[in-house]
Design a protein around this ligand. Structure first.
Ligand code: COA
Length: 259
């Protein structure tokens, strides 16, 4: 698909967000494509490692806000795992092979939470991470209410998730959210080099090591992703998110005084 480029070489599948005019915001169709690509790569012996990247200016601005508005207007029902975004979240949370991300510029919302499921994350020094869910009248998703306290410690996770304030690559390195900070123009190439190194290693050892690193976690993680999904969907129909999305579209500050 044009909004995400897919390329396989040296047993590395690279998925590149390619909707830069909209800051690589993720549409329903893009989630569906990502889910299909991950599902296929999990079983495909030609793919040992998957890289997810944007370009030098932006990773992704997260869920497309016009799609959020459409979902809210439709009164979206049904289980998260039956929708493209839910399929993507479950694929990324359970993907058995190494997942590597190259992040430059903004990584917002699901653009940040998906990184909690990546095994290695390389960041350009212009990377800016944010989890603005509360500021949008919804709640953090993708299992981030479980994984963020584990990774950052409770108080840092609470600050990141409750305030939604962005933090830059160096701060992300300090809290262990990224592996290395590099010049943005070199980020995708450095990441590709690391991915090729992994892809040259024995696949079973990679898969078993990742399985054990995450052992015991997947049932609780999938349950949390679904629990978050139920609350997220309910809040998506509520007044606070309606105001937040309208404010974004109208390029003004939201007014939550009545929410
Ligand atoms: N959904 C839909 N469109 C988006 C978008 C999103 N998540 N993020 C950016 N865009 C669009 C803007 O509406 C704008 O479109 P236009 O040129 O037709 O007006 C275009 O992408 C450029 O965005 P802009 O805000 O002008 O870029 P910026 O460099 O000033 O800021 C961001 C970049 C990512 C910081 C800012 O766009 C942003 O905060 N986006 C929303 C992020 C968000 O809340 N995502 C949901 C997470 S749950």
């Amino acid at each position: 698909m044009n909004d995400i480029l897919s390329h396989i070489e040296d047993r590395v599948l690279t998925l590149t967000f390619n909707r830069v005019a909209k800051k690589n915001a993720l549409t329903v169709a893009m989630y569906g494509f990502l889910a299909d690509q991950l599902e296929h790569a999990a079983a495909d012996s030609a793919a040992r490692v998957v890289v997810i990247q944007g370009d030098v200016t932006v990773f992704t601005a997260g869920n497309d806000i016009a799609d959020f508005q459409k979902a809210a207007a439709s009164g979206q029902t049904g289980a998260l795992e039956d929708r493209p975004v839910g399929r993507f979240l479950e694929q990324i949370a359970t993907f058995p092979k190494p997942l590597v991300a190259a992040v430059c510029g903004p990584a917002v919302g699901v653009g940040a939470t998906m990184l909690l499921h990546c095994d290695l994350v390389y960041a350009g020094d212009n990377a800016a991470f944010s989890f603005p869910f509360v500021n949008l009248g919804v709640i953090p998703e993708a299992g981030s209410t479980l994984l963020a306290p584990q990774l950052f410690g409770y108080h840092r996770a609470a600050e990141i998730l409750l305030t939604g304030e962005p933090f830059m690559a160096e701060a992300a390195l300090e809290v262990g959210f990224v592996n290395r900070v590099v010049p943005p123009t070199e980020c995708n190439e450095i990441t590709a080099g690391q991915a090729r190194k992994l892809a040259a290693k024995p696949l079973t050892s990679l898969i078993e090591t990742k399985r054990l690193l995450k052992a015991g976690q997947s049932d609780a993680l999938l349950a949390r992703i679904r629990d978050e999904g139920v609350v997220f969907n309910r809040l998506l129909q509520g007044p606070a998110s309606r105001e937040a999305f309208a404010a974004f579209m109208e390029k003004r500050k939201p007014d939550f005084s009545a929410c």
